[in-house]
Each structure stands twice: as structure tokens, then as C-alpha cells.
Design a protein around this ligand. Structure first.
Ligand SMILES: NC(=O)c1ccc[n+]([C@@H]2O[C@H](COP(=O)([O-])OP(=O)(O)OC[C@H]3O[C@@H](n4cnc5c(N)ncnc54)[C@H](OP(=O)(O)O)[C@@H]3O)[C@@H](O)[C@H]2O)c1
Length: 266
């Protein structure tokens, strides 16, 4: 059986921090050729330096997920250099800490632009090359709040719920092209996500939330993700006991709304 890591070109967005960064190390250590992207060249350089001595290789490709107009050209250039992308891990994203009544519409659009349009635009740009190469695997990153609404996360939850619709359709339309699709559903992973979450003014929340501090490590998250990808799972829950909320929302919606309604917004 072909080794899961070697002889593979893996493109990872959100590679400068948290879950994406931990995935970079797993894949480079395993022997993959990794293209690491985020909007921060200095942080990508730090990640690339941490990979020195590992079995695989890494190239940085910084870009802003909210600037999707240039994606087709960027992907065309990348394919000229790298030849192919076997696995696209859309990990990059941004969260929110603001009530609906105080969130200006431009902020809803900003979060949708990064989390939803950025992710689908990159996927659409890579897809034709995967098809002509005989197949590939595309991964999107939702959240448990992509399966239910949650206080202070209206745009975030909406952007993640939208990803489910797009990526389920991608799977249905392109199964015969050997396009595999997986959606990650993280619960709580101890990363910078709450730190960079946008508040109503557009400024960063600037702190690690209590719930996240109690979450699993990015390294553990990366291992859970790889286990799911190896099995070609359509959905990969990532986290610990908080994932129970997914089942409660699905099978006991009344209880879910009582519990979530009582939670202190943070
Ligand atoms: N941590 C959790 O508990 C949790 C739970 C549910 C879902 N998730 C999802 O998991 C994914 C990874 O988040 P994380 O927890 O690892 O958070 P993180 O440590 O804050 O990492 C977020 C990554 O996204 C990148 N990013 C943000 N805005 C970008 C933009 N405009 N253009 C390009 N890259 C951008 C960041 O890069 P730069 O800032 O360097 O550009 C960073 O690499 C996100 O999609 C998040 O919604 C996380």
C-alpha cells in the first residue's frame, strides 16, 4: 500500500499557527512535500525553520484568504512549479466575539470572505488540476458551531455552516473524478483562534477564552485529523468531550437550546 505521507504534495492554509501549523509538522515529518500558506510571511518562515531536518520539504506561499480575485493565477503558477496538489487542507479561518445586534454588516461580510469565500475560491482554483491529475483530496474546516448557532458567533457559525453545503455538493458532483472530500469539525483546540477573533469594532478579542484553554492541543488535533483522513472520513470531529454537543443538537434539540441559551456569552 502506498505510504500516506510520502510522494504527496500537500497544500495547507492556516499554516502559521494552531491546527494548520501542527498539521504542517505531521506531514513534513512524514515525508510529504508541503506548501504552507497564511497571510503572515514571518510566521511562515518560523514554521519552515522548525521543519529543518525533517524527512519531507516545505515551501511558503503567503496570501490573504480575503483576496480571492488572484487565486486562479496563483494556483496556475504553483502548479507550474510543483506539478500537482494531492491534498488541499483548507484550515485558515477567523472567529468572532460579537452579538448580532452590535455586529456591523461589513464584519459579517469580512468573516464570510475569509472563512467561506476564501476557502471555496481556493478549492475551485485547485479542483481542475486535481481532476486532470486523476484525483485528489480536499479538506475544509468547519467547527462545532458549524453544526449549530452559538452566542457571539453569528457570522462565524453561518460561514462554517455554509461550508458543509458546498463541500457535500463537491463530494457528490466529483466522486467519479476521484475527488475525496472531508470536513473537519473541531470543538475546542488550544490555539490563537479566540485571540484573533473579531469583536464588533473589528478589533481582535485579544485573549485566550477559558473554554479553549481547556481544549486539546493542536498536536493532538492534528493526529485526530490524520487518523480521519487516512480512513477518508467525510466528517472528522476533532476535540474531546465538548463534541457531545453535536449529538445533543442532533438528537435532543430541546435540551441543546436549553443548554446553549443558559451559557454565559464569552
Ligand atoms: N481552535 C479551535 O478550538 C477551533 C474550533 C473550531 C474550528 N476551528 C477552526 O480551525 C481553523 C484553524 O484555526 P486555529 O484554531 O488553528 O486558529 P489560529 O491559531 O488562529 O490559526 C488560524 C490560521 O488562519 C490564518 N488566517 C486567518 N485569517 C487569514 C487570512 N485573511 N488570510 C490567510 N490566512 C488567514 C492564520 O494565519 P495568519 O494570521 O498568519 O495570516 C492562521 O494561520 C479555523 O478555520 C478555525 O475556524 C478552530
Amino acid at each position: 500500500m502506498k505510504d500516506f505521507f510520502s510522494d504527496r504534495t500537500v497544500w495547507i492554509t492556516g499554516a502559521s499557527s494552531g491546527i494548520g501549523e501542527a498539521l504542517v509538522y505531521e506531514f513534513v515529518r512524514g515525508g510529504s512535500r508541503v506548501i504552507a500558506s497564511s497571510n503572515d510571511s514571518a510566521e511562515l518562515k518560523r514554521v519552515a525553520e522548525s521543519c529543518i531536518g525533517m524527512k519531507g520539504s516545505i515551501t511558503s506561499l503567503p496570501f490573504d484568504l480575503s483576496e480571492s480575485a488572484g487565486f486562479d493565477e496563483m494556483v496556475g503558477e504553483l502548479i507550474k512549479k510543483e506539478g500537482k496538489v494531492d491534498l488541499l487542507l483548507n484550515i485558515g479561518g477567523i472567529s468572532q466575539r460579537a452579538l448580532i445586534k452590535e455586529t456591523p454588516l461589513w464584519l459579517d461580510r469580512r468573516i464570510m470572505e475569509i472563512n467561506y469565500f476564501g476557502t471555496i475560491a481556493l478549492t475551485k482554483a485547485v479542483l481542475p488540476y486535481m481532476i486532470s491529475n486523476g484525483g485528489g483530496h480536499v479538506v475544509a474546516t468547519s467547527s462545532i458551531s458549524g453544526r449549530f448557532g452559538f452566542p457571539l458567533r453569528s457570522a462565524y457559525s453561518a460561514s462554517k455552516q455554509a461550508l458543509h453545503g458546498f463541500f457535500e455538493t463537491l463530494l457528490l458532483e466529483h466522486k467519479s473524478d476521484n475527488i475525496k472530500v472531508s470536513v473537519l469539525i473541531p470543538g475546542r483546540v488550544r490555539t490563537n483562534i479566540s485571540f484573533h477573533a473579531l469583536t464588533a469594532s473589528g478589533k481582535e478579542h485579544g485573549k485566550l477564552d477559558e473554554g479553549l484553554a481547556a481544549g486539546i492541543t493542536p498536536e493532538k488535533a492534528a493526529q485526530q485529523i490524520i487518523r480521519g483522513l487516512r480512513k477518508n472520513k467525510r466528517e472528522i470531529p476533532v476535540g474531546s468531550k465538548e463534541l457531545l454537543m453535536l449529538k445533543i443538537r442532533k438528537y435532543l434539540p430541546g435540551l441543546f437550546f436549553r443548554m446553549a441559551g443558559r451559557m454565559k456569552p464569552m
